[in-house]
Design a protein around this ligand. Structure first.
Ligand code: NAG
Ligand code: NAG
Ligand code: NAG
Ligand code: NAG
Ligand code: NAG
Ligand code: ZN
Ligand code: ZN
Length: 441
């Protein structure tokens, strides 16, 4: 009898766990250009006919920013929280920008999110463009951290985090029993940093030390942690380089691997494309890094491609997750066909795909992503074609120009960058996408 009760209790518990799903939005890289309607400083090609919802060669008009936030509220207003992974300011030269301009852009988007989502907390983080001059994040207190903290402190809602934020723009928030958000300023590790030469530091703003201690503390308290930041660790497939200085990339990977058993997910922006990576520990997949597409349709292709305008449709991402464990259960990616919206003069945000259904995954665990990667490796893989389409042209679900990348040679760097987050692994990666570097598991 006792056994029967126990079994029934366990079954009830398991079904309860699966029933307790919540939602959150992941929005990133608004890159709002306040000059879009006049001099349009962000446009990197002739863009004389700019529609109200955006242009391929330009950053976002304000109308696209508000349209994306309105769409989030319409598609799913009942989210537990929103993660906003930075880069709100335009791609423009420092000599036409200013501290006040960047601060006001971040403040205005903050105000828009607050007014459209009232009581829903937003967990924000800076992107590399959100400091003036761009990319030069100081590893210590400054006016930008202080001014932006004033707008974000209601969301962070913990005075104890003020010193961390003012020192290095990082913080942690306990969002429910047993679940914590850790928001990291990985702009401190970004290779484009030029002024402050942060690579000379072993631990800019003591963030790594704090990160490891906070994870250790969470582990001691049986908490699980959702990590979010702007610049992701890992290799840029097309450049054979990491986004971060190599020693920072390595340290970041080391820490997340050490605490992989309590990390419930990693969410990044910066790449503007729909991407994911997998971390392995002793050969087993243990972590998934999810990189969300940008709101801005801005496209920069060095040297141009002479192939007509590329299309990178603005995206917003809805994540279903388990409220007890933080584990993502599905990702629903929405996009705006902004060219059509410009013609129709009305925005029509549509569901682009759901990860579970489209990639035929049974769940979003690291093992299932590893299985997806294996399927992507095979010759003629439909999964790779879908991935490549999203990665190269954002949400342009009818844009099949990317099918030129179907040879194993073309696929190799993309496949290798998904499963090899260190440059030294990536360089050893062979054509089946398996690392042969004995230095890594
Ligand atoms: C820019 O493109 C428009 C048409 O899209 C054309 O009329 C105009 O001459 C172009 N300007 C330059 C400077 O190339
Ligand atoms: C921010 O909003 C204020 C108030 O609406 C407006 O005056 C200002 O021009 C906006 N700044 C930017 C950069 O959009
Ligand atoms: C975690 O627990 C260990 C073992 O009890 C203890 O030595 C350590 O100081 C704790 N660390 C933190 C950050 O709480
Ligand atoms: C919006 O787009 C969807 C999918 O492309 C389409 O089925 C629907 O008719 C569109 N709605 C409007 C109002 O254009
Ligand atoms: C992949 O498939 C194409 C056509 O389906 C074929 O020409 C090619 O030889 C195949 N490559 C490999 C490595 O099997
Ligand atoms: Zn960006
Ligand atoms: Zn960025």
């Amino acid at each position: 009898m006792v056994t029967v009760y126990l079994v029934v209790t366990i079954i009830l518990y398991i079904s309860f766990v699966h029933a307790d799903d919540g939602w959150f939005w992941h929005v990133t890289d608004f890159h709002y250009d306040p000059t879009y309607l006049d001099v349009a400083l962000s446009c990197n090609r002739n863009a004389s006919e700019r529609g109200e919802f955006g242009h391929s060669w330009c950053d976002s008009p304000w109308k696209l920013v508000t349209s994306s936030i309105d769409a989030m509220r319409e598609k799913e207003p009942n989210v537990d929280f929103i993660i906003w992974t930075g880069d709100s300011t335009p791609h423009i030269k420092d000599n036409v920008a200013s501290h006040d301009m960047y601060r006001d852009i971040v403040r205005n988007i903050t105000r828009e999110l607050k007014s459209k989502f009232n009581s829903t907390p937003v967990y924000p983080v800076f992107g590399n463009h959100d400091y003036y001059p761009a990319h030069q994040f100081p590893p210590n207190n400054n006016l930008m951290y202080n001014e932006i903290y004033e707008g974000w402190k209601d969301w962070i809602n913990d005075d104890g985090q003020k010193t961390n934020f003012q020192k290095g723009a990082y913080y942690t928030v306990k969002i429910s029993k047993g679940l914590r958000i850790m928001s990291l300023n990985t702009n401190l590790y970004y290779r484009s940093d030029k002024i402050s030469r942060l690579y000379r530091y072993s631990d800019p703003a003591d963030q790594f030390q704090w990160m490891a201690e906070t994870l250790e503390h969470a582990k001691n308290n049986s908490e699980r942690v959702i990590i979010m930041s702007h610049v992701p660790p890992g290799v840029i497939a097309t450049e054979k380089a990491t986004w971060m200085y190599p020693q920072f990339n390595h340290r970041f990977n080391e820490i997340i691997l050490e605490y992989s058993d309590i990390i419930a997910g990693l969410y990044f922006g910066h790449e503007h494309i729909d991407n994911f990576r997998i971390s392995y520990k002793s050969g087993s997949p243990v972590l998934v890094h999810l990189c969300a597409p940008s709101v801005t349709p801005w496209t920069y292709i060095p040297g141009g491609q002479g192939d007509g305008e590329p299309t990178r449709n603005p995206g917003i991402r809805l994540v279903r997750y388990d409220r007890l464990t933080g584990q993502p259960q599905d990702v629903r990616q929405y996009h705006l066909d902004f060219k059509l919206s410009n013609v129709n003069k009305v925005a029509n945000w549509t569901l682009e795909y759901s990860m579970l259904a489209d990639y035929q995954m049974k769940d979003l665990t690291p093992i299932s992503f590893h299985d997806l990667l294996e399927r992507m490796k095979s010759n003629g893989s439909a999964e790779f074609t879908d991935y490549a389409m999203r990665r190269f042209v954002g949400g342009a679900s009818n844009d099949r120009r990317v099918t030129h990348c179907s040879s194993q040679a073309c696929k190799k760097p993309f496949i290798c960058s998904i499963g090899n987050v260190e440059l030294a692994e990536f360089e050893f990666c062979d054509s089946d996408g398996t690392s042969r570097n004995p230095a890594f598991g």
